[in-house]
Each structure stands twice: as C-alpha cells, then as structure tokens.
Design a binder for this molecule. Structure first.
Ligand SMILES: Cc1cc2nc3c(=O)[nH]c(=O)nc-3n(C[C@H](O)[C@H](O)[C@H](O)COP(=O)(O)OP(=O)(O)OC[C@H]3O[C@@H](n4cnc5c(N)ncnc54)[C@H](O)[C@@H]3O)c2cc1C
Length: 412
C-alpha cells in the first residue's frame, strides 16, 4: 500500500513538472513568434506521427532565424493507432482515427513546410545532405530527423496513405469479423489483447482464440500484475487463451491451426505480430547502426549510432528503446529538437534516458473496460476502469493535436 502511495506521488510530481515545462514553453513560443524571421536552411523531419509531429512542433517554435522545418509525411492524416483494434470491430467511428494535420504545429509564418510524399533515398554530404522523395524531387538538409516508426497490418497500423482508403480498410475488417464464426488472433501484445477482448465482448457468440508465443501477455515493459488482470478478464469474457505456442501460420483464409495438444478451426485469422521498422531508405548508415530486428541504434543524444552522420537524429518506434509508445516517442522528439537547437548554438548536447513514467499504459479489455498500468522498476500497479466511450479518447487526442473533433473539413 505504502509502495503504491509512493508510486502515485512520484507520478503527481512528474505531472507537475510537465505542467511547469509547458508553461515555460508557451512563454518561449510567444517570444519566438515575434523574433523569428523565415529562411531556407532546412531541418528535415521524416514521418509525422507521435515522434516526428512533436519534433516538428518543438523545432518550428524555437529554431533561429534563417532555419525552417520541412516535414515529409506520406499519410494525408495523422493516424491514431490505439483506436484501430476497436474501430476494426465496431462500425461507425472510422473517421475518428484520421486527424487532420497542421493545427498542432502553431508556428510562425514560414517556420514549417509540409511535403506530402514518401522518402525514397537519403544522400549525405559533408556536414549536410539531401533527401529524395518519390516524386523524384531532392530536398536539402542541414539536420535530418528519422521518425518513420513501424509498418504492420491492421489493427496495429493502417497501411494506407489516405483517410478514404484507411476507412475502407477498417470497414473491410469489420465485415470480415461480422461474417466469421471462429476467429483466431495471433500475438498477445497490446494490439492482439485489445482486438481479442473487443471481438469477444462485441460478438459474445463467436469463438475467439488468442495465441501468444510467450507465457506472459503484452511483452517488454509489462509485468506479472497486468498479465494476471488481462488473463482473468479474458476468462470472464470467454476468450480462448493459448500461451507459449508458436504454430505455423497457414496462407489459407480458412482452415486449421495445429497446436501442441489440439487443432483449432478458423474462418478468420488476424496477425497482430511482426511490426517492421521503416528503415529501407537508411542504407547510407553503417550496418552496425541497425539491430537484428532492423531498428536504428542511437547514441544517448539520439544521434544515429554511425558517428560520421552527427547531424542525423532518430526518435520513436524506429529506434532501439525498450518502451515503445506515443508518450515515449514524443519525449524523444522533444529531446531531438532540443539537441538540434543546442548543436546550432554550439552548446553541448543533452542525454536522453528513458524514464519509468514513459511506460504508463492503458490497455482496453473489451467494450467499456480497460486497465491502466505503471511500473517504476520497484512497484507495479494496475487500475481497472469502467465506462469508457466506444470511440475511446479519440476526441481528446483530436483536441490535443489542435483539431476540432471530428470536423475534418475545417482543415482541408
Ligand atoms: C494497438 C495499439 C495500441 C497502442 N496503444 C497505445 C497507447 O494507449 N498509448 C501510447 O502512448 N501508445 C500506444 N501504442 C504505441 C504507439 O502507437 C506507437 O508507439 C507510436 O505510434 C509510435 O510513433 P512513431 O511516431 O514513432 O511512429 P509511427 O506511429 O509508426 O509513425 C511513423 C510515421 O512515419 C511515416 N513514414 C514512414 N515511412 C515514411 C517515409 N518513407 N516517408 C514519409 N513518411 C514515412 C508514417 O506514415 C507515419 O506517419 C499503441 C500501438 C498499437 C499498435
């Protein structure tokens, strides 16, 4: 009990420090707005999700005169990942996962330029470099930020660039589930747990099986306490949970999965495994800059591991940090922006170290129920919550990103 009290007190301390930081930042932003004059020296940010969008916002509101941020993003809208399992199951909310870009940046005129395209190649030069986009155009950079995250299938990522295509993909998933009777979800990370529990609470009469290769659900950064809560809730809902199995996954849309002690039939199979970091265009980096999984190794300053490229930074799910979530991606984005600024000013760079509170997580456990988890390395704590809306916190995220829920037409 005392340990939990200490943990909550530590969290309150973090929240107060963050509020103070925000206050100072707002003041700084007002001063910057009145002193900044636009220029054409580029700090290029590739990818505008949690890591890149936040990096761009921090930079565009603090860069010295003469510099500007160029954001290169292939998606038409910010794609909100954590509503994807829910909106893959429940119809009528798909539009809420696609948040219009731009109002979050709030920068002075000319401080931020958007390029809607994919980066195909990077060509570093002595102390500078250039980026090629799919249209063939080259864009010069003084500093480069790689924030390209990961690719996966629904319900972990949308995998389509436009809002319209993304909404159709979500509707396609809903129809697949609606027509199926025996649904198998592979992978017991956040996406798999949220999808399986949503499916079973929305369709109690369908058979839903979750197969996970490890003995504990959710994986890195999570402990035994949250595993127990999730497992109990799955039992209550009637999800068939299979732990410690890695069956061969057939290509057929319908068929049988052979487990150690039984065979299960499926007419719908969803893979919630195998997120792949987007680093195909990073071939200019030394091979030691990549982990075996393809994530980018970074220094404590968030510069890439390859010291020849001191002006290239990386943040978010694309890098090799143990906690992978939106909060942590934004913390890293902020640290990258701070270090680019320090580098421009000739000051020494700060070191980023992942903090326990960056791992604070909420996992949904079917419609109207979720569990919040935190762990400071000494104490684990879970808190079960009831009564959330079907759309989860979509509206709050729209507002946080400066957009009016759900009025996309205001920004196009
Ligand atoms: C089901 C699920 C639930 C989750 N729940 C939570 C939660 O409750 N809280 C939380 O904080 N986190 C949660 N997460 C984790 C969170 O979504 C990720 O950690 C976060 O999205 C990482 O952000 P990112 O900016 O690093 O990368 P990503 O979100 O992967 O985004 C990368 C961006 O880069 C762009 N891009 C990629 N390649 C290129 C290219 N070549 N050219 C141009 N643009 C490119 C992409 O279009 C995309 O916009 C959840 C994840 C999943 C899957």
């Amino acid at each position: 009990m005392l340990a939990q009290f200490i943990l909550v007190s530590k969290l309150i301390g973090v929240i107060l420090r963050k509020a103070l930081f925000q206050l100072r930042w707002n003041l700084h932003r007002i001063i910057h707005k009145h002193t900044y004059k636009k220029g054409d020296k580029n700090i290029v940010v590739i990818g505008a999700s949690f890591a890149g969008y936040h990096t761009a916002r921090c930079l565009a509101n603090s860069l010295p005169t003469g510099y500007r941020v160029v954001v290169i993003e292939k998606n038409s809208h910010f794609q909100l990942t954590w509503v994807l399992p829910r909106f893959s199951v429940v119809a009528g909310h798909e539009n809420k996962a696609f948040i219009p870009y731009s109002p979050y940046i709030k920068a002075p005129d000319g401080a931020c330029v958007w390029v809607h395209d994919s980066v195909a190649a990077i060509e570093p030069q002595e102390g500078t470099g250039r980026v090629q986009i799919l249209s063939g155009e080259w864009i010069d950079y003084e500093y480069l930020v790689i924030a390209t995250g990961c690719t996966a299938e629904l319900p972990s990522r949308v995998n389509w660039n436009s809002k319209e295509e993304g909404m159709i993909a979500l509707q396609g998933q809903q129809s697949r589930f609606d027509c199926a009777n025996d649904i198998v979800v592979i992978g017991g990370g956040a996406a798999g747990v949220e999808l399986a529990t949503d499916l079973k609470s929305y369709y109690p009469d369908k058979n839903v099986t979750l197969i996970h290769s490890h003995s504990m659900l959710l994986g890195n950064g999570f402990g035994a306490k949250i595993h127990d809560v999730v497992q109990k809730e799955m039992q209550r809902l009637g999800v068939d949970l299979v732990l410690g199995e890695r069956p061969a996954i057939p290509d057929e849309l319908t068929g049988d999965l052979v487990l150690k002690d039984r065979t299960i039939h499926y007419d719908c199979l969803v893979k919630c495994i195998g997120q792949k970091p987007n680093t195909d265009f990073c071939r200019f980096l030394d091979s030691s800059s990549f982990t075996p999984s393809g994530h980018l190794r970074v220094q404590e300053t968030l510069q890439v591991h390859d010291e020849k490229h001191w002006n290239v930074y990386a943040a978010g799910d694309v890098i090799n940090e143990s906690i992978k979530n939106g909060r942590s991606a934004m913390e890293q984005g902020q640290a990258v922006a701070e270090n680019i600024l320090r580098s421009l000013q000739g000051r020494s760079l700060m070191k980023y170290r992942q903090q326990w509170w960056e791992g604070l997580t909420k996992v949904t456990l079917g419609l109207g129920k979720s569990v919040v988890y935190m762990n400071d390395g000494q104490t684990e704590m879970t808190m079960t919550m009831k009564g959330q809306k079907t759309e989860l916190d979509s509206a709050a995220v729209w507002k946080h990103l400066g957009a009016s829920p759900y009025r996309d037409e205001m920004y196009t």
